[in-house]
Design a protein around this ligand. Structure first.
Ligand SMILES: C[S@@+](CC[C@H](N)C(=O)[O-])C[C@H]1O[C@@H](n2cnc3c(N)ncnc32)[C@H](O)[C@@H]1O
Length: 286
């Protein structure tokens, strides 16, 4: 695919500085008009995605997009889809699930009931993966998964539980590498070009919209899984979200981050111990 980020020559006449200003004004407009706060997201990826939307709307400038979306909610919805990177996969980074089985499940067994928050769950592949793992370990019945995302349309797809059939080969391999103990095909039926996953997998799942930037904590959780979400945030926003998670975990609660993320260098670094550093599993200790 070709990149749609403007080359230096396609940049507005005022160059980078003007582009920066236009981007800031757009983000401010989005926040004030629609309440979605992308002002502290990492700018490089944001800029690329905004330009993609500018071109898709057949506009010439970021300001043009600002004007359009302020007056047209449908444009905002399309931009929202562009801005929230929804890439995900079942049993993504399989070694994470191996560590989860070995180090988190034994802790879950000690609780009569477990609340798990999957923040930034996208289209749900991660949630179905966790549900499968918990079922296989015999702890799903006494667990409730709260799966949230900023984006209502990805949550709708998650609720549907239909994933592309052509992905099943890759997901089966991930599942096996993740320590899966059955035939992966037991969990879905093929329907046209989709794989419909068993409804029983989401029996104990609550899908809800939640914005990590502006919404508060809504419960206390034994485990919080937030993988590949904060990577798109600037440091200040990452710290804010770490505060939210810290507040939402009891002592000995577990935080799971993505492979490229870390609790290190956050103000909460000393409040956690490593449960598995390679797999970014941490336990709150104070
Ligand atoms: C790259 S996906 C990660 C999905 C899954 N956790 C995984 O690791 O495969 C990032 C998700 O974070 C969501 N997201 C981005 N900003 C958010 C925010 N402020 N609050 C909640 N979710 C957000 C996006 O909508 C997207 O679905």
């Amino acid at each position: 695919m070709t990149s749609v980020e403007p080359s230096q020559s396609a940049r507005p006449a005022g160059g980078e500085e003007l582009e920066d200003l236009e981007l800031r004004l757009l983000l401010e407009g989005v926040f004030r008009r629609y309440g979605f706060d992308f002002r502290e997201y990492a700018p490089a990826s944001l800029r690329r995605r905004v330009w993609r939307r500018v071109h898709a709307e057949r506009l010439g400038t970021i300001s043009g997009l600002t004007e359009k979306l302020l007056h047209d909610e449908a444009t905002m919805e399309r931009l929202l889809l562009d801005l929230s990177v929804n890439v995900t996969a079942m049993f993504r980074d399989p070694t994470f699930y191996v560590a989860f089985r070995q180090k988190v499940v034994p802790v879950l067994r000690t609780h009569p009931f477990t609340r798990i928050w999957v923040a930034g769950c996208s289209t749900g592949e991660e949630v179905y993966s966790l549900a499968i793992l918990l079922q296989e370990e015999g702890v799903y019945e006494r667990a409730r998964i709260y799966a949230t995302d900023i984006n209502e349309s990805v949550l709708d797809r998650a609720r549907g539980g239909v994933f592309p059939l052509e992905k099943m080969r890759e997901y089966t391999q991930n599942y096996i590498r993740a320590g899966g103990t059955r035939a992966f095909s037991e969990y879905y039926v093929a329907a046209y070009d989709g794989a419909q996953f068993q409804r029983s997998l989401i029996e104990n799942v609550v899908f809800a919209q939640h914005n990590l930037v502006s919404d508060r904590s809504f419960n206390e959780f034994h485990v919080i899984v937030c993988r590949n979400v904060m990577i798109y945030f600037e440091k200040k926003l990452q710290d804010h979200v770490h505060g939210l998670f810290y507040e939402s975990l009891p002592t000995f609660g577990i935080l799971a981050l993505g492979h490229k993320e870390s609790i290190r260098f956050s103000p909460f670094e000393d409040r956690y111990e490593e449960l598995d550093n390679g797999e970014k599993l941490y336990r709150k200790v104070v």
